[in-house]
Unconditional design. Structure first.
Length: 168
């Protein structure tokens, strides 16, 4: 089975990936980090820090950077990205992630979110993913779990499995 991690490169997504890796090690499961990227979504990319204010949108560079972040934190994790319409809503991103988690037969979804599932944010990506009962959900709200550095340096699962899409 798979532990599924929506990954946008944020500190909370990194923390979720680390926690998912620890769960996967304990449960003998694989980790799949998934990024959803709007095609030519310049504003979306700027909001997430994928590109600078004056930088052009380059899908390959964005995917490569997200993939590098994933493999730096969790070398044994797999990485997948989905390209969606440029004008996609957060709700649509959440529905896409939920569908992908189901397709991957996820046993658990680990989401980095300050507000996933809270009633005050009914259209958040986290809420859309967290409401599915096909898998367990872990919400990570702490940006800096103490074990991130320790995991980077001492993980017994340092063998990288996700070696595609790295830029030269």
């Amino acid at each position: 089975m798979t532990i599924f991690v929506p990954f946008d490169g944020s500190e909370l997504a990194e923390a979720a990936l680390v926690r998912a890796t620890e769960f996967a090690n304990a449960l003998d499961e694989t980790v799949l980090a998934v990024s959803v990227i709007p095609e030519n979504g310049v504003e979306y990319a700027k909001e997430r820090g994928w590109i600078e204010q004056d930088e052009a949108f380059d899908l390959e560079s964005i995917v490569s950077e997200l993939h590098t972040q994933v493999t730096d934190l969790a070398p044994s994790a797999d990485f997948h990205h989905e390209v969606v319409d440029r004008f996609v809503s957060q709700g649509m991103v959440g529905r896409r992630l939920r569908r992908l988690a189901r397709e991957e037969d996820a046993s658990m979804v680990v989401i980095g979110s300050e507000n996933a599932g809270r009633i005050t944010t009914p259209l958040s990506v986290g809420r859309a993913v967290a409401t599915d009962d096909a898998y367990d959900v872990v919400i990570v709200r702490d940006r800096s779990p103490a074990k991130i550095e320790k995991l980077r340096e001492s993980s017994p699962h340092r063998r990288s499995r996700s070696d595609f899409y790295l830029s030269n």
